[in-house]
Write a protein that binds this ligand. Structure first.
Ligand SMILES: Nc1ncnc2c1ncn2[C@@H]1O[C@H](COP(=O)(O)OP(=O)(O)OP(=O)(O)O)[C@@H](O)[C@H]1O
Length: 292
């Protein structure tokens, strides 16, 4: 009989809003023990999941399952780049953008069952200034909000909305020069988002037409956000019709260069990284295998 595929679950104990849940017991209860063998490991600190994932790949696990939100998924995905091991997801974050895009069940029992008998497929991987992202990256207000969200003390959609409304009153756009597809745009930047997947998470669709396997990033530019347009953007995100709303401009490209008049913050998959003046954004087609 051929050996059963081995799954390594990497649990971020700090993710999610329900910390009382006994995740290892839940995995053991719902796992299809006839189909797979498994091990469970915990992250000890931020950034740890990348090294743990790389180590599990070296040990020959078929799939490393990120148990957490998009931050944990990003770390595990980074660790698996260039390996023969696939990324699985047990969504436990507040946004779960990549899991939602890949239609992985949001209920943990259903997601555990699915990862035992998955479909394997490859997805594109974005890079911004050398940082890999799988869902979205961005400059401007969305990065500014993720920076303040990280300091808010509580997580979840309501905290995110509260932080966004508070910061909206102070935030001002920055002049930028964006080069893509052989043309250069001089514009203000309130938000410049690079979407590999269609949504930020929580079904907030920044680029509803984004295809994670087409070799292209969907680039969404919002140059200014007066109140009337902010309402249209909010509705467009929620209803998935931002392109038709006229409140944002869209391009597709696999390589974008951005220079900014002042240092601008950026995020990868919702986690704030820092500020830069110059951004190289590119896409590597089908660089990561995922279990969906
Ligand atoms: N053991 C740990 N202790 C402290 N922080 C950790 C640990 N393991 C991972 N982290 C960090 O926790 C951060 C948040 O995790 P993650 O994004 O997975 O969950 P979340 O914030 O609940 O979900 P979402 O991003 O969907 O809101 C990640 O940036 C990760 O680096």
């Amino acid at each position: 009989m051929p050996a059963k595929p081995r799954l390594c679950f990497l649990i971020n104990p700090k993710s999610g809003t329900d910390r009382r849940q006994d995740v290892p017991a839940l995995i053991a209860r719902h796992l299809d023990h006839a189909a797979v063998d498994h091990e469970i490991r915990f992250t000890q600190h931020a950034g740890h999941a990348e090294a743990l994932a790389r180590q599990a790949a070296a040990e020959g696990f078929r799939t490393v399952v990120a148990v957490g939100g998009d931050g944990t998924v990003n770390e595990v995905g980074r660790g698996l780049l260039g390996t023969a091991t696939a990324l699985g997801i047990l969504p436990r974050g507040s946004g779960n953008g990549l899991a939602r895009h890949l239609q992985i069940p949001l209920s943990l029992p259903a997601a555990v069952q699915r990862v035992c008998r998955p479909t394997f497929q490859r997805i594109d991987v974005g890079h911004i200034n050398g940082h890999a992202f799988f869902c979205t990256a961005g400059l401007g207000f969305d990065a500014h909000v993720s920076r303040h969200f990280a300091q808010a003390g509580t997580r979840g959609l309501s905290t995110y909305v509260k932080v966004a409304l508070r910061e909206y009153r102070h935030y001002r756009p920055t002049a930028v020069m964006v080069t893509l597809n052989g043309q250069t745009l001089q514009t203000d930047c309130y938000v410049l988002a690079f979407a590999n997947a269609a949504q930020y998470g929580n079904n907030a669709y920044i680029a509803p037409l984004a295809d994670i396997r087409d070799g292209l990033l969907d680039v969404c530019l919002i140059d200014a956000l007066p109140f009337g347009r902010a309402v249209r953007v909010g509705l467009g995100l929620a209803l998935g019709n931002l392109p038709a709303s006229g409140a944002a401009i869209f391009h597709t490209s696999n390589h974008i260069h951005v220079q900014t008049a002042a240092p601008l913050g950026f995020h990868i998959d919702g986690d704030y990284v820092g500020e830069a003046h110059d951004f190289e954004v590119a896409l590597t087609p089908l660089a990561l295998e995922v279990a969906t």
